[in-house]
Write a protein that binds this ligand. Sequence first.
Ligand code: NAP
Ligand code: G3H
Length: 484
Amino acid sequence: MAFFDEIRDGKAYKYLVNGQWKASGSNNRIKLFSPLYDEHFAEIQSVTRQEIDEVMEAALQAQQKWKDTPLHERAELLHKAAALLVENKDEIVKVLVHEVGKPRKSAEDEVLRSADLINYTAEEGIRIHGELLYSDSFPGNKRNKYALVGRVPLGVVLAIPPFNYPINLAASKVAPALVAGNAVVLKTPTQGAVSALHFVQAFHKAGFPPGLINAVTGKGSEIGDYLVEHPRVSMITFTGSTQTGLNIAKKAGMKPLQLELGGKDASIVFEDADLDEAAKNIVSGAFSFSGQRCTAVKRVLVLDSIADQLRDKIIAEVKKLKVGSPDENADICPLIDKNAADFVEGLIKDAEKKGAKLCTPFKRENNTISPVVVDNVTEEMQLAWEEPFGPVLPLIRVKSVDDAIRIANGSEYGLQAAIFTRDIKKALEISRKIDVGTVQINGKTARGPDHFPFLGTKSSGIGTQGVRYSIEAMTRTKSLVINL
Ligand code: NAP
Ligand code: G3H
């Protein structure tokens, strides 16, 4: 039997419960269309509430044994899953290209990067350890108590990735959860489900005990609340839009949350910057995967005196981008669906109507929008504040450093920012004033490498991802006090 045969029956993909791939009893399937050809290429199960209950029960039972499984055995299984991902890379890449329109090279990178992340997590996981505290370090105490402080798993982790990285953002949740001794219920994004189910098969085949990793499919709007509110769920790790994140936060009650949400990452360019390097970084940061990245450069704040020069360099870089098919590794490909393309078009039209200047012509064919650079964007325009998740880059001219900081911080989001300057002292001073999770100095905004901490302030999220940080988030402190 070929590696992925059991996860589907013709076009219909199954869900994974207690080590078995199954069709849902709902007889309700969701049709998936490729953003490339508008063709119905797959169907996924819309699982029922009863099936979710069965998944949760299986996860809980499996976790009871898994929490006592030696760390090195957990790590070995993760290494196996990573190896299987790499062995089956070509088929997974094909799916990613077809399902979410990811350029072939980026799809390959996503699979390999995920395998690296899983291996790194396995290595980090075997170093989960605690500490010993003595009572006499606190005033008024003798050394008559020892606190042995360790870390224990939380239980069943509900993992919800978005469409744009259905494999890597599943890996960054599943691997730390498992190595830390938790079971996982992965709710796949609807568009992206087929990619995520291929990812899950690598874990299934690696030999994790039945029930330890489960995958449910269905629309977030239908099964999301039921999953989030489920009493068996001990922790939720989510990546997606701020709107969905807020809804999860409202429903989650006392469950710990890791929420990685939207962004409006600013690149701030000063007079003393290397403008060629800045332009290259900005264009690659803004337009890779057609701007469908949380960390995409989503606005440029540039000092008036160098704005024309930087704009021309940016335009020259944008002209090198290839528009076309992800299969042919084009830079700019169809957006995920028509709504996404309509939204991006609306932002561009609003800016144009309010006086902004399009430096590259607006061209749209179905859901493919050619890369657009918009100059003279002002604070009155939606494009200055909204996250487009598409191939458009607004340039906002600023009069001073203070103006740049004010506009950077004026966003509801606080994921990342980039500062381009040759003056490291200035960069450090300004980075302290910008309210985001990460400031990049002389480089584009980006999440990786995946062991770096990744977090957002304000509407960009709660909690920190990154291998060690995720393991910490998916365990809790347990203290044992010995009274002598
Ligand atoms: P989304 O619409 O919020 O969906 C994300 C995930 O949530 C999907 O799996 C979705 O399932 C699920 N979902 C929807 N409604 C739900 C509910 N009520 N309860 C539980 N889950 C629910 O986001 P997206 O369009 O896929 O992704 C784009 C957004 O994600 C952008 O805003 C981007 O900035 C953000 N993002 C952030 C990061 C980060 O690390 N900060 C990384 C990547 C993306 P369905 O597909 O079935 O609706
Ligand atoms: O879309 C959000 C991803 O977490 C961004 O990751 O910066 O490596 O593309 P990236």
